[in-house]
Every structure is written in structure tokens, then in C-alpha cells.
Design a binder for this molecule. Structure first.
Ligand SMILES: *Cc1c(COP(=O)(O)O)cnc(C)c1O
Length: 411
């Protein structure tokens, strides 16, 4: 029997074959992958995982592919750092930084979802891949499509950071910059997906794509010696990552790989695009779509597909969804760089700033473990931080000139 049962509607539980579909025909609810956990239980063990590849594919038994992985063979298994300096500053003895800013091949957590989506797209027989992206997803689809010999179309809002635009073009996909925000791009792509037989990783392949995010939870638990942390802080764009980190811990517990999971799954948004945090604060499941206005462009989804489910999980686990301002995001980026030597993009600034806010609210108790997910790399969003980092000392090429400025500038 196969480990994959098929797809199932998250709302009405209607079942479907594991094809390139994502919406329930009956109730229009989203579809997700359903597994035969009894089959997986006979295949999976800590020892087998530990002897597996040094990549996210060590968890292949819990990923929705049927053959062997073909894309993203070096993706995942990123560093998990026990923070000393930032932890001390914030009064947290057990603060861990899960550093996907150095993920392979394109320096963001999106390499995880794309590895799974493109491997599945190949299994389903597609020759063209595509996506609607806030930036990092397009980078990852472009790079992985180049290596895996897919034809490729990526659709992005035209006002993205230059590093993210160039980070598509260099791989030579078809890059389509749309004069509109991400929600406009996404709406257009849903239409295009109906016309062309392409694997849109976050539209018709979304049920498979989103499962790749679970590997962040798996790697976290394995790195903590097979325990789930007390708290995680997760950035929210569509909300998919947050829901899948929850699902990852649940699956590991169900299969007996970890036990006693009580993880609180806190969400982080930028105030300039915080429909999920706003609904959470109103104690409502109803998300009011917004027009994004923030430097955290990778999180700028005004009408997040999984926002409703993110709120449900936050409520169920007694967690908090907070938002932070653009100046707080800049401060968050600097806090992580200056204390830990990790240069994250604006999304990571949102996460660190939210962590700080939760510390100030007294959310974390002494001795509790906290994992923050740093999901993207600062070299891609340089224009947002450039005005806040100062400039180098400028000198003449002689010792006197250096000594002069040393006296003047020394800290
Ligand atoms: C896409 C993205 C996220 C969050 O994605 P979800 O849509 O919520 O799954 C977080 N951080 C970065 C850097 C991203 O690119």
C-alpha cells in the first residue's frame, strides 16, 4: 500500500486522487495530502532518519512523493544555532535560531517547498513549472527549474527589491513583472493556471508544495534531541508555513518520534500587512483583506490563503500573532546581525522584532525553549536596510590617516 492516500478537503473531507488539483469541487475548500500513517509507521524510525541524506529528504517518508527525490538534493538541514548573545540580551537561556537564510540553492526557506513541489511535478509528468511569488519563491523555482530542466514562468509584483528580480533573471526563466501587488499577481496566475497545462507550484501543486514546510519542524525536533520546543516564532505571509510547522510536530508525535508536544506557535507579521494579526486581535476568524504597505515585501500578502487556519492553530495552542512596524523590522535585522552574525532579510526582521515584543509581554517563562525561524537572506533586500547601517571610514592609503580616524571614530 502507498504511504499517500490521496488528497482530502480540509473542510468537508471529500477525497480526491493525488493529482495536480487544489480546490474541493463540492465546497471550494483547500485540499491537502492525506497519508496512510500505519504504512509510514512501519517504515520510519529515528535511526533511519539519522542515517538518511544531509538534506530535507531524510524525512522523505513524510513527504508527498512516490519515487525518489529528483530536485533540491542539497536543500534543508540548515544550521540550528543556540543563541548566546541575543538570548542573553533578551533574557532567554534557550533561544535557538533556525537559519534558513543559508538554505540551498537560493537562500530562503522557499527552497524546501520547491524541492517537494518540483519533484512531485516531475512525477506527475509536467514539463513547465510556474509560480506567483512575493520574491523568494520565484528565485527558488527559477534556480531549481534550471537545474531540473523544466521550462519556467515566474510572476512577481513589479516593485520587488532589485536583488530578488536579478535573482530570477540570472537563471533565465520567463520573468513576468506584473503592475500590481501580490494579490493581483495571484489572481492573474489562477486564471493562467486554468488556461495552460503548467505546474503552478503554489496553485495547482499547492497541496504538495506546502508539505515541504513541515521539514522545518522535523529538523527542529531532531536538533533538539527529539523534542519539540516550548515556543516557536514563525513569520506569516499566506500562513502556510505556520500551519505546516504545527502539522510537522503533530506527525512526529503521532509516529512516536517525539512525545508530550505542547509547542506554542506564535505568528509574526509586518504592521503594514497584518490581516492575520489584526483578525487574531479582534478574536475573529474573518480576515479583512488589506492593501500591503511595508518593507517586508516577502510577507506582503493582503489576502492570505491560510490565514484562517493560522488563527485556528494559534487559538488551539494558546499562542499569539503579533505585528511590528517597519522601524522595528529594521531594528530586528540589526539585532540579529550585531549579536549573532546572521544577516537576514526583512522577513527575518519581522520575526526577531516579534520575538522581542513577546519577551516584553512576558510570554516566555524561565527555562523554556524558543525557536525563531529566520527564513530569508539579507543580501536580497539590501535597499531596505542600507539607510540604517552607516558607511565605512574613508581614509588615505597611509598610517597617519588611519590613526587619525581611529582616534576620531573608535568605539
Ligand atoms: C514566503 C515566505 C514566508 C512565509 O510564507 P507562507 O506563505 O506564510 O508559507 C516567510 N519568510 C520568507 C522569507 C518567505 O519568503
Amino acid at each position: 500500500m502507498s504511504k499517500i492516500k490521496g488528497l482530502v478537503c480540509k473542510e468537508c473531507k471529500s477525497e480526491y486522487p493525488a493529482k495536480a488539483i487544489h480546490v474541493c469541487e463540492f465546497c471550494f475548500g483547500p485540499l491537502e495530502v492525506a497519508y496512510n500513517y500505519d504504512v509510514i509507521q512501519t517504515q520510519i524510525s529515528k535511526e533511519k532518519i539519522q542515517q538518511g541524506p544531509i538534506s530535507l529528504w531524510r524525512y522523505v517518508d513524510l513527504l508527498p512523493i512516490e519515487s525518489t527525490p529528483t530536485v533540491g538534493l542539497n536543500t534543508g538541514f540548515t544550521p540550528m544555532v543556540h543563541s548566546k548573545n541575543l538570548g542573553k540580551k533578551l533574557g532567554l537561556d534557550y533561544l535557538y535560531i533556525k537559519n534558513d537564510s543559508v538554505n540551498s540553492p537560493t537562500l530562503s526557506f522557499k527552497d524546501r517547498v520547491v524541492a517537494v513541489a518540483l519533484t512531485r511535478a516531475k512525477e506527475l509528468g509536467f514539463d513547465t513549472v510556474a509560480c506567483a511569488s512575493t520574491g523568494n519563491l520565484a528565485n527558488s523555482v527559477s534556480a531549481n527549474a534550471a537545474e531540473a530542466n523544466f521550462k519556467c514562468f515566474v510572476f512577481i509584483p513589479s516593485d520587488l527589491e532589485s536583488g530578488k528580480i536579478l535573482g530570477n533573471l540570472v537563471y533565465k526563466p520567463n520573468v513576468v513583472a506584473v503592475e500590481g501587488n501580490y494579490d493581483d499577481v495571484n489572481r492573474l496566475c489562477s486564471e493562467i493556471a486554468g488556461e495552460y497545462p503548467w505546474a503552478f507550484v503554489n496553485i495547482n501543486i499547492r497541496p504538495y508544495y506546502s508539505e515541504g514546510s513541515k521539514t522545518l519542524a522535523f529538523e527542529t525536533a531532531e536538533a533538539l534531541d527529539w523534542q519539540a520546543p516550548d515556543h516557536v516564532v514563525v513569520p506569516i505571509a499566506s500562513g502556510s508555513l505556520l500551519t505546516k510547522i504545527y502539522k510537522g510536530f503533530q506527525e512526529f508525535e503521532r509516529l512516536g518520534l517525539i512525545s508530550g508536544v505542547k509547542t506554542r506557535i506564535h505568528g509574526a507579521q509586518a504592521e503594514g500587512c497584518s490581516p492575520v494579526a489584526a483578525a487574531f486581535k479582534r478574536k475573529s476568524d474573518f480576515l479583512q483583506p488589506v492593501k500591503p504597505n511595508t518593507i517586508a515585501k516577502s510577507l506582503a500578502i493582503g489576502n492570505p490563503a491560510d490565514g484562517y487556519y493560522a488563527i485556528k492553530i494559534a487559538e488551539e495552542t494558546g499562542s499569539i500573532i503579533e505585528s511590528v512596524t517597519d522601524p522595528e523590522i529594521i531594528e530586528g535585522i540589526k539585532l540579529l546581525a550585531e549579536n549573532e552574525g546572521i544577516f537576514t532579510e526583512t522577513a527575518g526582521g519581522v520575526t526577531v522584532a516579534t520575538l522581542k515584543k513577546l519577551v516584553n509581554q512576558g510570554v516566555f517563562k524561565k527555562g523554556e525553549s524558543v525557536v525563531v525561524y529566520i527564513t530569508g537572506n539579507g543580501l536580497k533586500t539590501q535597499e531596505s536596510i542600507a539607510p540604517a547601517v552607516g558607511s565605512p571610514w574613508l581614509i588615505q592609503p597611509n598610517l597617519k590617516s588611519f590613526q587619525h580616524i581611529l582616534e576620531k571614530e573608535k568605539k
